[in-house]
Design a protein around this ligand. Structure first.
Ligand code: ZN
Length: 190
């Protein structure tokens, strides 16, 4: 067990716009919505200390990545992590900061030449894919229910394979819904 420190703004801003980080901090104090940033929506309601809570999640995933990279552990998990829908400048799908993308950025900065990211969830890992869609150093693989039967987030079709230098480094395995479970785990479960 490792007690993590919250991620710093500069760590979070390797993935997120500084304006967005400032807004998350603001709404978590003023308790007002900022819908342009996805804050104060049904999925991402504003709450007191929103930035601090989300930064701690990122810090825990960073601690996990660092412990593996340093060789201190062979495997690590952050059971509070996995906020794969957060985008550069907006919250989405219960995700405020993309802890996974921040950890991958850190691994690259630490010297990792290639990172494989495997996303197993009923929903497409759209935020992580977006963060590295141009980057051939990061292979993103997402297994999820097909967007034709599960509308959130509406992406993750097999033809999404990356762009530019990153072409071929995004893999999307869109699976049919299990019989009797139309819509998968439902809109309110991300
Ligand atoms: Zn999900």
């Amino acid at each position: 067990m490792v007690e993590p420190s919250p991620a710093t703004d500069s760590e979070i801003e390797t993935v997120h716009d500084p304006e967005y980080v400032a807004m998350v901090r603001h709404v978590g104090r003023a308790l007002v919505p900022a819908v342009r940033f996805g804050l104060g929506t049904d999925d991402d309601p504003v709450f007191e200390g929103m930035h601090e809570a989300a930064a701690l999640v990122v810090g825990a995933t960073l601690a996990a990545a660092r412990s593996v990279w340093s060789g201190a552990t062979a495997h690590a998990v952050n059971v509070a992590g996995g906020h794969h829908h957060a985008m550069r400048a907006n919250a989405s799908g219960f995700c405020v900061y993309n802890d996974l993308a921040v950890a991958i950025k850190w691994l690259l900065s630490a010297g990792a030449e290639r990172v494989a990211y495997l996303d197993l969830d009923v929903h497409h890992g759209d935020g992580v894919q977006a963060a590295f869609y141009h980057d051939p150093r990061v292979l993103t693989i997402s297994l999820h229910e097909h967007p034709a039967t599960l509308f959130f987030p509406g992406t993750g079709r097999p033809h999404e394979t990356g762009t530019g230098d990153g072409a071929g480094y995004a893999v999307n395995v869109a699976l049919p819904a299990a019989p009797g479970t139309p819509g998968g785990c439902g809109r309110l479960t991300r």
